[in-house]
Ligand binder design. Sequence first.
Ligand code: C5P
Length: 407
Amino acid sequence: MTAVDGKRIVLGVSGGVAAYKAAVLARELQRAGARVQVVMTEAATHFVGTATFQALTGEPVFTDQWDARIANGMAHIELSRAADAILIAPASADFMAKLAQGLCDDLLSTLCLARECPLVLAPAMNRQMWENPATQRNVARLRADGIELIGPDSGEQACGETGMGRMLEPEDIVESLDAFFSRKVLAGRRVLLTAGPTFEPIDPVRGITNRSSGKMGFAIARACRNAGAMVTLVSGPVAQRTPLGVRRIDVQTAQQMHDTVTRELDQAQHAKQPVDLFIAVAAVADWRPARYSEQKIKKTDAGSAPELGFTQNPDILASVAKREAAPYCVGFAAESEALERNGRDKLARKAIPLLVANIGHETFGRDDNELLILDGTRSVRLPRASKDALARDLVADIAPRLPARPL
Ligand code: C5P
């Protein structure tokens, strides 16, 4: 469950080739729990048919200001009155120009003018159209009017050129909308996280790692970003998409993760923009092979196995907690027994104020989880839910614990 869950969204589709992506977007919004009502401009129907959206959303699609299906003939009032937000995707250059001028000569533009709910635009157009001073003037006007713009992105365009103006991908639009609806409990805060496993090489082709997928860490990074924080995520090798607006640094080994975290904290302190919150979600390897072999270790005919000695890795979380002017530190624990007792031991051992324990150790790779939040005195249980929903609840629990920033 995300902040989009249960929201009623009017999805406005204006005329541009990116309209074909709006069909996927309608689907993704529904998957996130939104109720979607599609309204199209006449131009949009030349790119995708109304039947596609009708079949996907199970709701009639409106294109015409004079649609007789709305009993009182006030389609523009009726449709936007019920909405939590109007999302225009794609928002063409022409449609944005109309909005900037307050024109209302079709159903969708009239709906936008007659709205009481927020209006969010996902622009899509060719590079020259986006860069044109007239469009940029309209963008500034729309922003000044309190209209939210998400994207555009830069990349390959339908016209064959590469540049700014490409509509964000549907899943990024849903993510941006999720951020838009989220409470900004970490507004202005800086957050540093570790996530995923580490990989400790033995030789050029072998190494030691663990089953962490990075899902929980990435979900928490996304939830912090949604809550208004500036987020840096130091990640081990994972197959996760970087959340929009999150700065990601990829590392392999525990030592690299340690060095990157230390460097980030030093630089932030030096720039007088200290990190407020450090969340160590990574499943860091406790040991690494004592020696790295530059060449692949060969099997011998005698059948003897190589001896692998181990060296202990630095404890990243404990080293951050020990720093002078340390950020507020949150640790994670995957204990298989005596959760609360072992969790409290860990709080003390690492000298951290908060520990989050996974309830049950089969959490790796799953989409859901169950958590126990432990501080020096209390424990709060977050019942089984998706990692995204847990991440949001966890952030809501952590935010009020952060010390106020010195003025
Ligand atoms: O000591 P243990 O590995 O059980 O503690 C888990 C917590 O400590 C997690 O938050 C993990 O990210 C962090 N940790 C770390 N560096 C290590 C080992 C664990 O930051 N070398």
